[in-house]
Design a protein around this ligand. Structure first.
Ligand SMILES: Nc1ncnc2c1ncn2[C@@H]1O[C@H](COP(=O)(O)OP(=O)(O)OP(=O)(O)O)[C@@H](O)[C@H]1O
Ligand SMILES: [Mg+2]
Length: 635
């Protein structure tokens, strides 16, 4: 049962294939060329630098390969004839060549690190920007662990590949090709010996490499499972303690940990075998070449000692790139797979916003015409694309609205209602009836399937989303506070609010007195999501935040559910002052809160089954009456 607690998409077999989002094993990209093309577009700005990198790579390889070739003249022309001044000159030349090679390697690596880090920062920026434009539906259908792993694992592998692998791959390929060419130049026959050995080595790489790849993928999967489990257990510590679940949690962990140990052991064993095996094979190659070459040199005489020394040097170098190439190709493939997932997020359809009507400040003249004004003198007004200004009144109407989060399941069925400016409209009804859903539709978190929602006579789809949401103050059912001071959190409602306005908003929300009792008052720093506050205090801050925004329409979703009745009365008074002449939607389980509403809508299974004011509904002796008097049918 403990395994079941791992959230989908975090543990093994998440929605993104092997390893889930945590694993950056060796998943193959689906569209290698397309994704590489997109990555290249990110690099397009560095064309000049990349050309330089290529040049440096070629020089560095030429130096490595060429330096070894110099052994031939060094021995044949200087050591054997005993020309020691010449030998000294030659050694200086060799040193220069190796130093140049090293300098070029250092140079290209530095450039690549810069290019890689800037590119990756840009990708991260784009991804974050894109995330802000994603519709809520996306977050409903993707776990946060999944999104997080785009930023951590996936961007990390791309960074690794750009930093290192692309350069190494090119360098290894150049070295390998250059070495083979030089070997052919020195002795085609000896090269055959090398080819035979290389063939054997390739088989080893294939077999061991294939296995180790599989084991590494398994290890990644196990890491993902362990991490997901730990994350979940940290988040759920309180619940674990409340239900005495420590032992079960430990057992669950031990199972996953053991699986990780096994996978890790296998992966490390196979990962560790490759190098020594290849190393030994390369010694065998060296010895074989040595014997064959010596016989060859003695027998024919056309093959000098210098030739043999240079050739032996090459035969030592030739096998190195093989293992490296196979490793780098793996890294690049998993980076491309990671990039593919990043681009997938970036290419997700963003929130649609074809609205043209904007929210502006305006003043109404005596003759009834409206003109645009600056922030301090005006009142809110809608500015239509043709320039017409309509004062914002807060008149919200639903006309036969049908909605479901998922097309197949209707959550709201044929909802019609109206809220005239200044009215307080309440929604009541049992859990899951669709109250929160109605409010999410007003600010267009989701698109409705049919019907219309109008705001001051304008279809909400025609209103720019930013404007629409600025005109609505929403206190969400699940509160969220950000890391920062209390004042910062209240100012979240309107970033340019002054300290006085922040405090006024807090007083209005009834939050002032508790804030003053905090250690640093308004400057008290809240930790993640206000963990150091009580539930009710958090709600008060959320209400203060909404009133700081000073919106024409306010939506309070269960905003006062954790607040004592006395504080609630204070808030109500404050709100009444703030909301004079404006529209408020309240959702409350505590029916005393909604008593003074102009109209109460009783929602049941996505339909409004009763509506009217408190007295009407009590007289009707229907569902509201039952809810209010607590007389539920118990069958
Ligand atoms: N993001 C979502 N994705 C899919 N279905 C959802 C989502 N949010 C809510 N639902 C479903 O829609 C229905 C109405 O939910 P809603 O949150 O509107 O209820 P509510 O009346 O606010 O309940 P409560 O009193 O518990 O807050 C429920 O059946 C719920 O399961
Ligand atoms: Mg709700």
């Amino acid at each position: 049962m403990a395994e079941k607690m791992t959230r989908p998409g975090r543990g093994p077999g998440g929605p993104h294939g092997p390893g889930g989002p945590h694993g950056h094993g060796f998943q193959k990209p689906k569209d290698l060329r397309g994704t590489l093309g997109k990555l290249m577009r990110y690099l397009a700005g560095y064309k000049g630098w990349l050309m330089l990198v290529l040049v440096l790579l070629v020089i560095s390889s030429a130096c490595t390969v060429g330096g070894s070739y110099l052994l031939k003249p060094l021995i044949n022309d200087y050591i054997l004839p005993g020309d020691f001044p010449g030998l000294a000159r030659m050694l200086v030349v060799m040193a220069l060549i190796y130093v140049t090679g090293a300098a070029c390697t250092f140079g290209y690596a530095r450039i690549m690190v810069r290019v890689a880090q800037t590119t990756v920062a840009k990708i991260r920026e784009d991804l974050f920007e894109k995330m802000q434009a994603l519709p809520l539906k996306y977050f409903d259908t993707h776990t946060h662990g999944e999104l997080m792993s785009r930023y951590t694992n996936d961007i990390e592998t791309v960074s690794e590949a750009l930093n290192n692998s692309f350069g190494s791959l090119i360098s290894c390929t150049l070295n390998f090709t250059g070495t083979i060419v030089m070997m052919l130049v020195l002795s085609p026959i000896l090269t055959l010996v090398t080819f035979a050995m290389l063939f054997v080595m390739l088989q080893v790489v294939k077999v061991i490499g294939g296995r180790s790849r599989r084991y590494f993928a398994a290890q990644q999967k196990a890491v993902g499972a362990v991490n997901g489990y730990i994350e979940e257990m940290i988040e759920g510590q309180k619940v674990i303690k409340v239900f005495n679940h420590e032992t079960a949690a430990k057992e669950g962990f031990n199972q996953l940990n053991e699986a990780y140990r096994q996978a890790g052991t296998r992966a490390q064993i196979f990962g560790g075998i490759m190098m020594p095996v290849m190393g030994n094979l390369s010694y065998v190659n060296y010895a074989l070449t040595c014997c064959v070459g010596a016989i060859f040199a003695i027998q024919t005489g056309a093959f000098g000692l210098g030739d043999l020394a240079a050739f032996l040097q090459y035969s030592r170098q030739v096998s190195q790139p093989i293992t490296q190439i196979s490793q780098q190709v793996n890294t690049i493939l998993s980076a491309v797979a990671g990039a593919e997932r990043i681009f997938e997020v970036m290419e997700t359809e963003p929130e649609v916003d074809e609205g043209k009507v904007q929210l502006v400040r305006a003043t109404e003249q005596q003759d009834g015409t409206v003109t645009e004004a600056d922030f301090h003198t005006g009142v809110w007004a809608w500015k239509k694309p043709d320039g017409e200004l309509v004062p914002l009144r807060g008149d919200v109407r639903f006309d036969h609205v049908v909605f479901g989060y998922d097309e197949r399941k209707v959550v709201l069925n044929d909802i019609s209602l109206f809220a005239k400016p200044g009215q307080k409209i309440a929604f009541v009804g049992s859990t899951g009836a669709g109250k929160t859903t109605i409010t999410s539709l007003i600010n267009r978190f989701y698109e409705i399937q049919s019907g219309t929602i109008t705001y001051d006579g304008i279809d909400v789809r025609e209103i720019e989303k930013d404007s629409l949401r600025r005109s609505l103050g929403v206190v969400l059912q699940d509160t969220h506070l950000f890391t920062g001071t209390v004042a910062d959190n209240i100012r979240y409602g309107r970033l340019d609010a002054t300290d006085e306005e922040v405090e006024a908003a807090a007083r209005l929300a009834g939050a002032d007195s508790f804030i003053r009792h905090l250690p640093d008052g308004y400057q008290t720093v809240l930790s993640g999501d206000g963990g150091n506050l009580s539930q009710g205090e958090r709600q008060l801050l959320n209400i203060a935040r909404a009133s700081c925004a000073n919106p024409p329409v306010l939506i309070l979703d269960e905003a006062t559910s954790s607040i004592d009745t006395r504080t609630e009365k204070i808030i109500e008074k404050g709100m009444d002052r703030l909301m004079a002449g404006r529209t408020v939607f309240v959702i409350a389980h505590r029916l005393s809160t909604v008593r003074n509403a102009k109209a109460i809508m009783v929602l049941e299974q996505g339909q409004i089954i009763e509506r009217g004011d408190h007295d009407d509904l009590i007289d009707q002796h229907g569902r509201y009456y039952q809810l209010y008097t607590g007389q539920m049918e118990l069958d």
